[in-house]
Design a protein around this ligand. Structure first.
Ligand SMILES: Nc1ncnc2c1ncn2[C@@H]1O[C@H](COP(=O)(O)O)[C@@H](O)[C@H]1OP(=O)(O)O
Ligand SMILES: [Mg+2]
Ligand SMILES: [Mg+2]
Ligand SMILES: [Mg+2]
Length: 307
């Protein structure tokens, strides 16, 4: 067990803890007491965000004390979180052959970005399939592994109905938990449904898209790219933060895709980086779609966001 490199063990633990966090998200909803707190304009937190984060951070920090773990929500009372401790590891991930380049990674080299519930606005409004739990693992400022868990995904396996699924990605290994599909035949853009503004709309208009999907969450939109439901994810606004993109970017790049800001630059995921992704999000599985979108965005709009 201890011969398994820490990065693989951490990804295996992240898959297990994301599953548990997803159950917490469902349980809070079915109890019906969301405990909504307004953090800012169009920015909410619920009991599900708080409890899921406590579960993830308590579980990972108990097992990996030297890793820097950064979560979206404030105020983690780790001391009374024992009921939430998840010490399991996903066996399929544990069996992965670690890429040579990641074998020597130590706990102190790793920064983990946690979004316990991505798509909080949609969660409170009943768009439950948009909700995800995101765990992003970065090394040397780059996302190398990640997990997107969908607590409300409906699966039918034989005669059994299974709720929830977990998607993972690891640099140089690939992705799992779903089937990668080619992009749609026509240009389909996916974007925000709850954080739009004039600049966001301007960046959509110039794309000449056949269809614009307005859905919640960075995790869900990246999944739409991976499953061939959308061609490009365009969000020309500063609202997303490092925990929104670290996990999804890791999975997208493990699948050969690309996530950048709207200027085409990669975000860095070191612990001292500022939290907001100030210059927006542009993502696609295919390089030509990403560069098409990049070429369509007017320079004035890029300058406006980069200001
Ligand atoms: N203006 C904003 N204020 C707070 N969070 C934002 C904002 N814009 C985006 N986000 C975060 O980025 C995610 C993706 O954005 P969108 O759904 O608008 O495309 C949101 O679900 C939200 O994450 P979270 O729900 O975890 O707070
Ligand atoms: Mg939030
Ligand atoms: Mg989020
Ligand atoms: Mg969140």
């Amino acid at each position: 067990m201890s011969s398994v490199p820490v990065l693989i063990r951490l990804l295996a633990s992240s898959v297990s803890v994301a599953n548990r966090a997803g159950k917490i998200v469902r349980d809070v909803m079915s109890k019906g007491e969301l405990g909504i707190v307004e953090k800012g304009k169009d920015d909410y937190q619920t009991e599900a965000d708080r409890s899921a984060q406590r579960c993830i951070i308590a579980s990972l920090s108990a097992q990996y004390p030297k890793i820097n773990i950064i979560g979206e929500e404030d105020g983690n009372q780790i001391q009374d979180s024992n009921e939430y401790l998840v010490m399991d590891s996903d066996q399929e991930i544990l069996a992965i052959n670690c890429p040579e380049s990641l074998k020597g990674v130590e706990e102190k080299d790793i920064v983990v970005w946690v979004d316990p519930l991505d798509g909080t606005a949609e969660y409170t409004q009943g768009f439950l399939e948009h909700v995800t739990v995101l765990i992003g693992i970065s090394v040397n400022e780059r996302p190398v592994a990640g997990v997107i868990h969908q607590p409300y995904y409906k699966n039918v396996v034989g005669s059994d109905k299974i709720i929830g699924r977990t998607i993972w990605g690891l640099q140089e290994v690939g992705v799992g938990g779903f089937t990668l599909a080619p992009p749609p035949d026509s240009l389909v853009i996916t974007t925000t449904r709850s954080h739009s503004n004039a600049i966001v709309e301007n960046a959509l208009q110039v794309m000449n898209a056949q269809q614009i999907l307005r859905v919640g969450g960075a995790g869900y939109k990246v999944l739409q790219l991976l499953e061939g439901k959308a061609s490009i994810y365009v969000f020309a606004s500063p609202g997303c933060k490092k925990w929104d993109t670290c996990g999804p970017e890791a999975i997208l790049s493990a699948a050969g895709g690309k996530l950048t800001d709207i200027l085409g630059n990669h975000y860095k995921y070191g612990a001292s980086e500022s939290r907001p992704n100030k210059t927006g999000v542009l993502a696609a599985v295919y390089e030509d779609l990403h560069s098409y979108a990049l070429s369509r965005i007017p320079q004035e709009l890029k300058d406006e966001l980069a200001k």
